[in-house]
Design a protein around this ligand. Structure first.
Ligand SMILES: Nc1ncnc2c1ncn2[C@@H]1O[C@H](COP(=O)(O)OP(=O)(O)OP(=O)(O)O)[C@@H](O)[C@H]1O
Ligand SMILES: [Mg+2]
Length: 397
């Protein structure tokens, strides 16, 4: 039997997987961090914001760290200013009665990078780095910087929340990368860039010991200078040397944040579209979390096709459409046949998605799953987020 939601209509039929109990997760005072991961465009930002809102309205003191939310959604949460500061969200329902609150912020990647440099280096050295053209380029465009900075910001929020008691739940959105794994790989990628041969070579004179190295470097930089210009090389060397002195701090903090992600109070939610590629990607991610001993709370299959109304199966609808085309005498017969075929298409889509979810559940039977149907329009305000939150929590048991 198909269940229905008062505002949304028919819901997705039950899946073979254990249902995810979202409210138990949100209400558990032991849940301190929820990280929403997934490949591009699957609904990470929407899910993070919806969970944060629901948790706040159920009485938690929540901050949600969003990344690149759509403009209208950001507006409705009062976080249009890209200033890296959590701001209270207005328009919550019942949160105050339960002692809950919601702050939201949008990650400013460049600002976060600057803050790390400022915290790690002397004012003079920080200025040198921040003004360096390589820094300006690296801090805003290096692959993985956004992921790394999201982690950095999470670490900062967590330290502040612990010190000041401001929040008891941090919900983290992750950047729109191609693969969910990018989030976990970012610190390693940034480290290996800075430990890479090119960077080592540029750092060599500052470190000694070998005259040979210096001579080697002289040859390399000499050649590069000819191609790229002396100023370019000087800038690059100054930058790498300066960054190297602060990077010890970077690395230590990345390790701390990684440890935070492994702590029992952290819950990862993997968001996926009900498509083969997205679910395959979600399966890789689930395996990777297990390898890295990071706590997985469950899978959210978002934008699932809601089943069509009525009990007619796809085959029955197609058979009826064929009969109508063959025998139908009335003027409305072609229209009815068209509607029957549409019904059959939707029914098949729902069955295909259920089969994909079942395949995932068979391979990962311990992963609790929530299925959220596709709403008719985009989710761009608190009312829409509230509906997504209700749908997340309303899983068949
Ligand atoms: N269940 C849903 N029903 C209808 N629309 C949805 C649903 N979930 C998300 N959307 C819409 O899909 C679009 C993409 O969602 P969202 O921005 O949350 O994805 P994302 O994973 O954060 O994307 P990116 O990888 O680009 O950051 C948005 O316009 C959002 O309003
Ligand atoms: Mg997003």
């Amino acid at each position: 039997m198909t269940r229905t939601h008062p505002r949304v209509g028919p819901l997705v039929a039950r899946t073979a997987a254990a249902p995810l109990d979202v409210d138990a997760l949100l209400d558990d005072p032991g849940t301190g961090i929820i990280v929403c991961c997934g490949s591009g465009g699957v609904g990470k930002t929407t899910t993070s914001a919806a969970l944060a809102l629901r948790a706040a309205e159920r009485g938690r003191k929540v901050v949600v760290l969003t990344i690149d939310p759509a403009r209208r959604l950001a507006q409705s949460m009062g976080i249009e200013a890209l200033d890296n500061t959590p701001r209270p969200v207005a328009g919550l329902v019942g949160a105050a009665d339960h002692g809950g609150s919601l702050d939201a912020m949008m990650l400013d990647m460049k600002r976060t990078f600057d803050e790390v440099v400022e915290a790690q280096a002397s004012p003079e050295k920080a200025r040198q780095i921040l003004e360096n053209p390589f820094y300006v380029a690296l801090s805003s465009s290096f692959a993985g910087t956004q992921e790394y900075m999201a982690m950095e910001k999470l670490g900062q929020l967590q330290r502040d929340a612990q010190a000041a008691g401001t929040y008891d739940l941090i919900v983290v959105d992750t950047p729109p990368s191609r693969s969910a794994l990018d989030f976990l790989d970012a610190p390693e990628r940034l480290s290996s860039f800075l430990d890479g041969r090119f960077v080592r070579l540029l750092l060599a004179p500052a470190r000694g010991p070998a005259r040979i190295m210096t001579a080697g470097l002289g040859l390399v930089t000499g050649a590069l200078s000819k191609i790229l210009g002396g100023q370019f090389i000087t800038d690059l060397q100054t930058f790498v040397a300066a960054l190297d002195t602060v990077f010890g701090g970077f690395r230590a903090r990345a390790q701390q944040t990684y440890a935070l992600l492994q702590a029992p109070g952290t819950a990862f939610l993997v968001v996926a579209a009900p498509e083969a590629d997205a679910l395959r990607e979600a399966a890789y991610f689930v395996e990777r979390l297990a390898e890295d001993r990071m706590p997985l709370a469950g899978l959210v299959v978002n934008r699932a096709s809601p089943p069509p109304q009525g009990e007619l199966s796809a085959d029955e609808a197609m058979a009826a459409a064929t009969r109508l085309r063959r025998d139908g005498a009335s003027a409305t017969a072609p229209l009815t046949a068209g509607l029957l075929r549409l019904h059959a298409d939707r029914q098949r889509m729902v069955e295909r998605e259920a089969a994909l979810r079942e395949r995932f559940a068979a391979a990962h039977p311990s992963v609790a799953t929530a299925v959220v149907p596709a709403l008719a329009g985009d989710v761009h305000d608190l009312a829409g987020l509230r509906v997504v939150g209700e749908l997340l929590a309303d899983q068949p048991s």
